[in-house]
Design a protein around this ligand. Structure first.
Ligand code: ATP
Ligand code: MG
Length: 906
């Protein structure tokens, strides 16, 4: 029996034998493609080739692509665990022809591999071809239909024609597309999951699990234009995809993908950890939990390795949802503590040979998963209780629906992603009011959405006509003479016309020395000048191989064909210093903290640099000092820097570090610090794959300081640092602060720290004294009040206490009132006192007297005007302030009269 590894290699070797170049999988997180959250098909990395934006280095390619189908057009999350052959993460084996061979070879080779090489019984295989489509005025793909019976021995009755849904493949609303041919396998009548459905007949694309799709051969021969029309392409492509997990199941004679050597080691380890048993049954909750966990841990391992971190947005949120979903299934296996992170080494064992990146990042992945599991675990149990209550309520409703408010609370307070709530609802036969949930989400988003800065020109180009800009000059020059070849505005690229004074646009030149934003380094700013005008460039970006200078016409007119001079701002010198320093910083961090440090991201601008890296805990102050000193040392040693372009394999051999998840072409640029020339690169201090701009020698950097170190997510740290001018400015600011403090505290800078220490000490003493004085004053007020109670007038059992106090604190007066009311049981108290030229009056009445019609609020209302004030309050307690403290006594006299009158008449 072949192992999964042998089958994967068998596929690759088979097509290598047919002249295909092996192209490694692109990262699961597409870099520079914001339209796609995760790679979902082998073709993603070749999209620009199909669009005609770049030409391929090879005519034929073969690969095994890491795919994640959890969002957008392809989302198989719901299927996972419930069937035996849909996963969130899977490998798509593919062979490609870029205008080389076409349908005949693709069909013949697929058949040859499946039946001859792998020995799958031909009678179990079925093929489909495109049946044609009236709306699109497309004929049946008779070419493919004929080829099937011509180049393979398959009988005509096992070649079925199917509709657009299954057999016409489109990348999106526009762009390359074409008919496809699928290969399905008949797993036998036992595998049908619709046996009990009346009238069900098993068939290819018939909706049951007896027939499953193994391989899809797409023939790209049309381009769909904006108006929906299909144009025949001059160039024709073959794009195929076969699910490795499904093929392995067939080859290993298993009923389920989960029973193969791709999943069983993970399932076995889960069984060990949880003490539960996996029995490979489909309609079984425990088995289902095993499958979901085994599936999800693979997705998590790959997505986190390629640079995603769980968060509340975009890719990070999708990953968080998968993790939380798996965590919840862990509860079904009795797991209340983090456990999934322990499965990471098994995933690495299964797939680390094919994808070395997961091996290298295993520790980081475990750290991230464990920390997420722990933090979700804290609210999960409580959330499950809240869910149960919400489900009870939902059962009472006519529509058996969990309210949007409940779903939102579960999301907002307990971190339950909507699909987790939906899943749990489904298990109880309930629905969720997602419309209301989304409305509440949208409201929350609106609140959170801060006014975001937008680029001057909003470019969404789908244009295939973008010219190629020659931009090697960015490494050598700060200015160059050039010619305008076109403009980009909100409508796209134009190769004729003009832009005038005040217009915001993108200028495209035939050649440029501007650096377009990439690899963390900001795009250059500067100006483009001609005889007729001046254009301010406030950013530079690259789309395909076209460099776009974004900005605004400051004066004059620019036309296509104009001769211009492009001048990069001096800021770039500062950016270069920061960029070289990020390389030194990475080197120093690895020296001090070890090899677990790997770059996660960076920002390199003229103002500062930021470096994100994997490390499980906060570095100590000493470690950071050490890193800082190492970088400074290397700056002082004035090392030379050499940049060289070479084949990727050669760079790897030299030990150059590549950014994880980044996809590189066959030629790469290596930046080496400490190499005088190309043949010294192997001995250089730091060697990195990098397309950025750098200083010639480290001495120019001038200085270095870490100004901040923080955690940005589990297992990821961020350092912010300064060099050169930025550092000088920062230090000047600090020095100003010191000067100001010296003046304020009247001491020299050298004695500032002692002086402030002394002030803090004094402050502590003084506040201690203040506190004890206040305590004393409080007890004085109490003593005064006690005397008042003894001397006061009484009507029946009620005490009438009306007095001017020596205290000046409302709190103390209130405390005294509380004490008096408690002691006297029945009392009316009116106090007045003076504080800094103002009068304060307080009145309070016990409940029995309120019943007799005497209310504190009424008393204050009457007496406050006497001190030129106003105020009021409740019947129990009222307070007023006034501007005339001289009249306090008058006000108190009036209060006394009023009280007696009221109580006499009661
Ligand atoms: P299906 O109809 O079975 O969902 P599909 O039409 O979505 O498949 P394609 O987009 O054509 O599949 O992908 C090519 C191949 O990738 C399929 O033939 C199948 O072998 C495999 N594949 C697709 N989706 C998955 C998945 N979720 N898990 C595992 N393999 C998959
Ligand atoms: Mg599908």
């Amino acid at each position: 029996m072949l192992s999964a590894k042998q089958i994967r290699n068998g596929f690759i070797d088979f097509f290598k034998g047919k002249g295909h170049e092996f192209v490694p999988s692109s990262p699961i997180v597409p870099i520079g493609d914001e339209t796609l959250l995760f790679a979902n098909a082998g073709m993603n990395q070749f999209k620009d080739i199909f669009l005609g934006l770049v030409s391929p280095d090879y005519g034929r390619a073969v690969n095994s692509q890491k795919c994640l189908r959890v969002s957008g057009k392809h989302n198989d999350l719901e299927e996972v665990g419930k069937d035996t052959y849909h996963h969130t993460f899977f490998e798509m084996l593919g062979n490609w022809s870029f205008d080389d061979y076409f349908k005949a070879e693709a069909i013949e080779w697929a058949w040859e591999l499946l039946t001859n090489v792998w020995g799958i019984e031909p009678s179990r295989l079925w093929a489909t071809v495109f049946a044609g489509d009236k709306a699109d005025n497309l004929p049946k793909d008779s070419e493919a239909a004929k080829l099937w019976t011509k180049v393979t021995p398959i009988p005509a009755d096992r070649v079925l024609a199917c509709g657009k849904k299954d057999n016409f493949w489109e990348m999106g609303d526009t762009g390359p597309c074409g008919p496809c041919s699928e290969i399905h396998i008949d797993l036998g009548p036992d595998m049908c999951d619709k046996k009990n459905v009346a009238g069900h007949k098993c068939s290819v694309n018939g909706g049951c699990s007896r027939f499953i799709e193994l391989w899809n051969l797409v023939f790209i021969q049309y381009n769909r234009t904006e108006d929906g029309k299909l144009l025949e392409l001059g160039t024709k492509y073959v794009d195929t995809g076969a699910g490795l997990e499904r093929i392995v199941a067939v080859m290993q004679n298993k009923k389920s993908n989960y029973d193969t050597d791709l999943f069983m080691p993970i399932i076995n380890r889960t069984a060990e950890i949880t003490g539960q048993k996996y029995t490979s049954r489909l309609q079984n909750d425990t088995d289902n939990a095993f499958r979901v966990i085994a599936d999800h841990i693979r997705s998590l391992t790959f997505a986190i390795t390629d640079g995603t971190t769980p968060s509340n947005e975009g890719r990070g949120y999708v990953i968080r949802r998968i993790l939380r979903r798996a965590s919840r299934f862990g509860r079904e296996l009795g797991m209340h503590e983090p456990f999934m992170y322990k499965l990471v080494p098994v995933v690495v064992e299964c797939l680390g040979d094919a994808f070395g990146e997961i091996k290298a990042r295993a520790d980081h992945v475990s750290t991230v998963i464990e920390s997420e599991e722990a933090s979700f675990g804290r609210t999960l149990d409580r959330g499950i209780e809240i869910f149960a209550e919400a489900a009870e309520r939902a059962k009472q409703t006519a529509k058996k629906t969990i309210s949007g408010e409940d779903a939102f609370q579960l999301y907002d307070t307990y971190g339950f992603p909507l699909d987790l709530t939906e899943l749990m609802a489904q298990e109880r036969g309930l629905k969720v009011d997602t419309a209301k949930f989304n409305e509440l989400m949208e409201k929350q988003r609106e609140r959170a959405r801060a006014a975001q800065k937008t680029a001057s020109v909003n470019i969404t180009l789908t244009d295939t006509e973008l010219p190629v800009t020659e931009d090697v000059h960015k490494y050598k020059k700060d200015s160059c003479d050039s010619k305008i070849v076109g403009f980009v505005d909100n409508e796209g690229f134009k190769n004729k016309g003009q832009i005038k004074d005040g217009a915001e646009a993108g200028i495209v030149l035939d050649k440029t020395c501007f650096y377009a934003e990439a690899g963390g380094q900001v795009g250059d700013c500067g100006i483009i000048k001609s005889e007729h005008g001046q254009f301010i460039v406030d950013g530079t970006i690259k789309i395909a191989n076209c460099i776009i200078h974004q900005g605004k016409v400051a004066e004059g007119v620019f036309s296509v064909g104009d001769k211009v001079t492009a001048i990069v701002s001096k800021d770039r010198d500062a950016t270069k210093k920061n960029h070289t320093t990020t390389h030194l910083l990475q080197w120093a961090l690895q020296q001090t903290l070890g090899k677990s440090v790997a770059q996660q991201g960076s920002y390199v601008g003229p103002d500062y640099l930021r470096f994100d890296f994997t490390y499980p805990k906060a570095p100590t102050a000493e470690e950071l000092k050490d890193v800082e000193n190492k970088v400074r040392e290397k700056i002082a040693e004035d090392f030379p820097i050499t940049c060289a372009v070479m084949p990727k394999e050669a760079a790897q051999k030299l030990g150059a570090m590549a950014l994880f998840g980044e996809k590189y072409g066959s030629e790469v640029r290596v930046v080496a610090i400490g190499a005088e020339s190309k043949n010294q690169i192997d001995k250089a201090l730091s060697k990195e794959f990098c397309g950025g701009t750098h200083v010639d020698r480290t001495g120019i950097i001038g200085g270095f300081k870490i100004i901040k170190e923080e955690s940005i997510s589990a297992g990821v740290r961020r350092i912010t640092a300064l060099t050169g001018q930025g550092l000088a400015k920062y230090l000047e600011g600090r020095s100003d602060i010191v000067d100001k403090l010296s003046v304020m505290l009247k001491v020299s800078a050298e004695t500032l720290v002692d002086r402030v220490g002394q002030l803090m000490e004094d402050n502590k003493k003084l506040s201690k004294q203040l506190k004890s004085a206040a305590r004393q004053a409080g007890s004085d007020a109490m003593a005064e009040a006690k005397q008042l109670l003894e001397k006061c007038e009484k009507i029946g059992d009620s005490h009438i206490i009306v007095s001017r106090l020596a205290t000046t604190s409302v709190e103390q007066a209130r405390e005294a009132i509380d004490m008096l009311k408690k002691k006297a049981k029945s009392a009316v108290v009116v106090f007045g006192f003076e504080d800094e030229g103002k009068a304060t009056l307080l009145a309070s009445v016990t409940d029995d007297l309120i019943k007799k019609g005497l209310k504190a609020g009424d008393i204050v209302k009457v007496i406050a005007p006497i001190v030129d004030g106003g105020g009021g309050g409740r019947p129990q307690m009222a307070q007023a302030g006034g501007k005339n403290p001289e009249k306090i006594d008058d006000a108190l006299t009036k209060a006394g009269e009023m009280i007696k009158e009221k109580l006499a008449s009661a």
